[in-house]
Design a protein around this ligand. Structure first.
Ligand SMILES: Cc1cc2nc3c(=O)[nH]c(=O)nc-3n(C[C@H](O)[C@H](O)[C@H](O)COP(=O)(O)OP(=O)(O)OC[C@H]3O[C@@H](n4cnc5c(N)ncnc54)[C@H](O)[C@@H]3O)c2cc1C
Length: 387
């Protein structure tokens, strides 16, 4: 494990929690630089999934309770998309204690898909979020413990059946670990994004928001994740500039909730063109409104970007995992990686077959392999035997 990184993340977590208590009393904006950047912890829902997207950003547990929470389980699954939920459904049914850690139910590829017409056996007009809700609920009904929590680090370099997974509020010790975080990761694309990553540019408000006490920040993106994270920032920032390229659906409850905060300024039909800064980090951004000729300068100390890309999301993995040349996690026919007890499923494998039905299939294969692995079987056990 990268111990220094762990300590840094722990310090950031502590700051986030403590800041919750002091936000209304502090006006400090100097300690604003992110150290987590690509690591993006978030954990808001200590209870099992209730079928609704929870946009409130902190649980009501005390600081000590949150920091102390440690769960032991047979199977930890990072990612609550179709791959993760299917795997959980199978492992839970096989009586293996299973926890899904999912950064946001609205953040994955299926969650942002309007209609899924090619998933067999369901109404061809079903929306991605509805199909995903059904899958998640089915896993929970079989006993899966679903947590909204963003993983920032995993450690599987220790003993054979001991994998440790770190989120801001929760640590999981699991016998087996399933990587199912999909492929919506992105490379920096905005001018200045790469230069100021970790120096004001961040992909995680929950990790870095507390650095911006009474400072102006910008949030770019329209996904439920972007809106939830922007709302989290309203607790700290003096102004949250919310920048969206297109208008927002007036019936979108997440958007209305966000816009109800006095310190949110919505820049609609607007693009961010440049992130500017100096040796201390981000100092501002340039934006271009569709209706205006000229670009405008906005003073901001933090820029939180929630645009999706198409890179496997693996930035929380620091251990010795084997990757393919294209960045996908390398697995065998049983979805097993080169580390015993660690599996990779769905889009994180970066195969050309990025489809919901394939992700679900990967989840099933991994679950049956895990059952074999944990129970020391020689062969896969199926639910049915034809005689
Ligand atoms: C616009 C679009 C349209 C599509 N249309 C279709 C279609 O019509 N039919 C079809 O079959 N397929 C379609 N696909 C592909 C399909 O959605 C994907 O193949 C499938 O969702 C992959 O499933 P997954 O579980 O691997 O990843 P995802 O669905 O991407 O889920 C990944 C999960 O990981 C979580 N996560 C990420 N990072 C972390 C972290 N650090 N900690 C905790 N959790 C994390 C996310 O919150 C998310 O819930 C489409 C994809 C897109 C983008």
């Amino acid at each position: 494990m990268n111990f220094q990184l762990f300590l840094t993340c722990l310090a950031v977590q502590t700051l986030v929690h403590v800041s919750d208590a002091f936000v209304h009393h502090s006006s400090t904006s100097s300690a604003r630089r992110s150290s987590t950047t690509a690591f993006a912890p978030k954990s808001d829902q200590p209870s099992s999934y209730n079928g609704k997207l929870n946009t409130s950003s902190r649980s009501s547990k005390s600081f000590t309770e949150l920091m102390m929470e440690v769960i032991d389980c047979d199977v930890a699954i990072i990612g609550g998309g179709p791959a993760g939920c299917t795997c959980a459904l199978y492992t839970s049914r096989a009586n293996l204690s299973t926890v899904i850690l999912d950064k946001n139910p609205g953040a994955g590829a299926l969650a942002i898909t309007s209609v899924i017409a090619n998933y067999p056996g369901v109404d061809a007009t079903i929306s991605g979020p509805d199909l995903l809700d059904n899958m998640r609920q089915q896993a929970v009904d079989y006993g899966t413990d679903y947590r909204q929590a963003q993983v920032f680090m995993v450690d599987f370099d220790g003993e054979k059946d001991s994998k440790t997974i770190y989120t801001p509020d929760l640590t999981i010790n699991a016998k087996t670990l399933v990587l199912a975080t999909g492929a919506l990761g992105r490379k920096p694309t905005f001018k200045g994004e790469a230069e100021y990553l970790g120096k004001g540019v961040s992909y995680c408000a929950t990790c870095d928001g507390a650095f911006y006490q009474q400072s102006p920040v910008a949030v770019v993106g329209t996904t439920p994740e972007a809106m939830g994270e922007a709302e989290f920032l309203t607790k700290f920032a003096s102004t949250v500039h919310w920048i969206t390229r297109s208008p927002i659906d007036p019936n979108d409850e997440n958007a209305q909730q966000l816009l109800s905060h006095d310190n949110v300024k919505h820049w609609v039909n607007t693009r961010m063109t440049v992130i500017e800064g100096d040796a201390s980090g981000v100092t501002g951004i340039k934006i271009k409104q569709k209706t205006e000729e000229e670009e405008e300068h906005l003073e901001t100390e933090g820029v939180f970007i929630y645009d999706a890309g198409s890179k496997p999301i693996t930035d929380y993995i620091t251990s010795q995992l084997k990757f393919q040349d294209d960045g996908g996690v390398e697995v065998d026919d049983e979805m097993a990686t080169n580390i015993p007890g660690v599996y990779g499923i769905g889009d994180i494998r970066n195969t050309p077959f990025k489809q919901v039905v394939v992700a679900a299939s990967d989840g099933c294969i991994a679950a049956m392999s895990i059952d074999k692995y944990l129970k020391g079987r020689k062969s896969i056990k199926v639910d049915w035997i034809h005689k």
